[in-house]
Design a protein. Structure first.
Length: 360
């Protein structure tokens, strides 16, 4: 099962970091199978380039400097925890705070004193929360400036309890005067029957140089529509639109993976398009399902410039591991491992200093 999960994870990574720069249009282009293979190979090669670009970006580098990552270990974790825990005490915020967050109580500038390792506060600005601290443990300057520009909320009553939940906010962090991170909740709405889960929301997350636009709408009590877009310096890289159906609407106990009954939607990245459907509920009801049964319940096709070039099938290899088979338009077939085997090794080399060696 690990093999199947790895395949799907890497396929998503390929989508996220594809460096295609134009949206798919309605132009239909005919290609040969050899050209299709080359285009897919180029896609995996592009992932390596995009992963290297992300690694070199401000967000990842600042994160690395802050924690001092080494082979999956955070060497500065004790120092990072010191900053975090003393800041919580300074702001008088508890981990399980249930009262309304009073934004105005914290406006001003909160500065880490490197000499005595404590926080201090000044009264300006009067409309924002600013937090200044070092990027690295041994730094002598506070080069990180995190700013919360505003915060709005809404009272929701559930099971006779009242909760104040965010409806909009904006925050960002600069490192050495470069904006590396940002989070903006554009809107969020709630009802009184769903245990603090929004009925709908729209937000943006920035991990420089990437910006992710995320929105979700509950179209029925147990059904959700999700839209995700990724942009690099304003250029859209990929989009995902998916409809999810869950077992029930009890969001207090819902397991978003195990209780998902079905999913359908479409990935779009550059000239590629991947429509898909998945029936998880029926699959779970089957004991030791055959390849034919699984392929009847899951469908994923690959389109390139408006033409279907392949479909993806599930199969078990002789050792019992799950494989993904790509079947081209001429009905020839091969293991998707043809593309990702060497790719995984190359991607690991890019990320190993952060993650440590990958399991095999």
């Amino acid at each position: 099962m690990f093999k199947l999960n790895l395949i799907l994870t890497l396929f998503l990574v390929a989508i996220i970091f594809s460096n295609c720069t134009e949206k798919t249009d309605d132009t239909v282009v005919e290609t040969t199978v050899e050209e299709d293979k080359e285009n897919i190979e180029n896609l995996f090669n592009d992932v390596i380039s995009e992963a290297q670009a992300l690694k070199a970006g401000c967000a990842v580098q600042a994160f690395d400097n802050f924690l001092n990552l080494d082979q999956g270990s955070a060497l500065n974790s004790n120092w990072a925890e010191l900053l975090y825990n003393t800041l919580k005490t300074h702001l008088n915020i508890t981990a399980y705070q249930t009262d309304r967050f009073n934004f105005n109580n914290h406006v001003g500038t909160h500065t880490w004193n490197i000499g005595n390792q404590s926080w201090s506060r000044t009264a300006t600005p009067t409309d924002k929360i600013v937090i200044e601290f070092p990027e690295q443990m041994n730094s002598t300057n506070n080069t990180v400036v995190a700013t919360a520009d505003y915060y709005n909320d809404q009272m929701v009553t559930f099971d006779s309890y009242q909760y104040w939940l965010p409806t909009s906010f904006a925050a960002s962090a600069t490192v050495a005067n470069e904006e590396c991170y940002a989070a903006k909740l554009i809107s969020a709405s709630y009802d009184n029957t769903s245990f603090q889960i929004p009925v709908s929301f729209e937000m943006e997350l920035k991990l420089s140089p990437y910006v992710f636009e995320i929105s979700a709408t509950r179209t029925a009590p147990a059904e959700l529509n999700v839209v995700l877009k990724a942009k690099n310096n304003g250029v859209e890289k990929f989009s995902l639109v998916t409809d999810l159906v869950f077992k029930n609407a009890d969001y207090r106990t819902l397991n978003y993976i195990e209780d998902c009954e079905s999913a359908s939607g479409e990935f779009v990245y550059g000239d590629f398009k991947l429509p898909f459907t998945a029936d998880f509920e029926t699959t779970r009801s089957l004991f030791n399902p055959t390849n034919t049964q699984i392929n009847a319940l899951f469908d994923a096709d690959v389109f390139y410039k408006g033409t279907k070039i392949a479909n993806l099938d599930y199969a078990k290899d002789p050792q019992g591991y799950a494989d993904i088979i790509i079947e081209y338009k001429d009905e020839t077939r091969e293991d998707l491992e043809t593309y990702y085997d060497d790719f995984v090794d190359r991607l690991e080399l890019v990320l190993v200093e952060f993650t440590g060696p990958w399991p095999r």
